[in-house]
Ligand binder design. Structure first.
Ligand code: ARG
Length: 277
């Protein structure tokens, strides 16, 4: 059985505010094209890979709700809801919380006023460890609270480049040993931590990173990414037995997101990993 994913169709997607360097009110996405791009990803996941994708109904005036990775973290019927740094996205949370509650999840929020942006900033690498980004969106102290709630070990990594404001824009663990990442998005201590923890590292160039190639969904040996990264990343992945699948994500990149941001994993630890198998 596959781990399920959680997505939201781009019915109300658009750029109505600017909360990251990619977003400009002057550069609106084409909604029709966004719909086609989202649907081809959805179809690939559900039809070709047979992934169970659960959908939440899109809500008007919440144009970033399509980026469900930021809803929170879902693990074994526990949902840790995000606390968005920007007020523009805070209205999404009540809809996510209601969806998870209705499906029998216990819904948790973080203590204090800690900002936390869900799977955008927390990625599991294999079974035991999760890596979490902080500074630009999530607060570092949120990691300890999330670790407590989920009973996981979390390794914190400082993000320093505003273009790579969520961990999933510049870091993609393949397993507990291997990672794809853009080193310059991290401070030097985080780079050392990554080196110490991952014996096998695929470093992408700035040009590849700007195409969001680290923003990938991994299902088994499939690496599902936006277009790009052919010079360096694709051969490195193929050498490790991965099959890459590229999707045109041009409209979502205008809002600072791509393939990985469009999905949230509904993880279950009863399987051999917290991610997919
Ligand atoms: N416009 C959204 C924001 O700035 C994009 C979110 C992308 N999500 C992600 N997981 N990186 O919050």
């Amino acid at each position: 059985m596959q781990t399920a994913l959680f997505m939201c169709a781009p019915e109300h997607f658009g750029i109505e505010y600017e909360i990251n360097p990619w977003m400009s009110l002057e550069r609106q996405p084409d909604r029709g094209r966004a719909k086609t791009q989202w649907e081809s990803l959805y179809r690939f996941l559900t039809c070709d890979l047979d992934v169970d994708v659960k959908l939440i109904a899109p809500v008007a005036n919440l144009p970033d709700m399509v980026f469900t990775a930021n809803a929170g973290l879902a693990l074994d019927k526990k949902f840790v809801s995000s606390r968005f740094r920007h007020k523009e996205r805070r209205g999404e949370s009540e809809h996510y919380e209601a969806w998870f509650k209705q499906r029998g999840y216990s819904v948790h929020t973080l203590p204090g006023r800690l900002y936390f942006e869900g799977e955008g900033d927390v990625l599991f690498a294999g079974e035991a460890d999760a890596y979490a980004g902080y500074l630009i969106r999530s607060d570092v102290y949120s990691h300890a609270a999330v670790a407590d709630l989920l009973g996981a070990r979390i390794v914190s990594l400082e993000l320093v480049d505003p273009r790579f404001y969520h961990l999933d824009t510049c870091f993609c663990p393949l397993s507990s040993e291997s990672v794809v990442y853009y080193p310059e998005a991290f401070d030097s201590y985080a780079r050392d931590v990554i080196k110490a923890n991952f014996p096998d590292r695929i470093e992408v160039t700035e040009q590849e990173a700007l195409q969001f190639v680290c923003n990938a969904i991994i299902i088994g040996n499939h690496y599902i990414q936006p277009r790009g990264g052919s010079e360096n990343l694709r051969p490195a992945l193929e050498a490790r037995g991965y099959k890459t699948h590229e999707f045109d994500m041009s409209e979502f990149i205008k809002a600072g997101g791509a393939t990985k941001c469009l999905v949230l994993k509904l993880m279950e630890t009863t399987k051999s990993t917290r991610g997919y198998k």
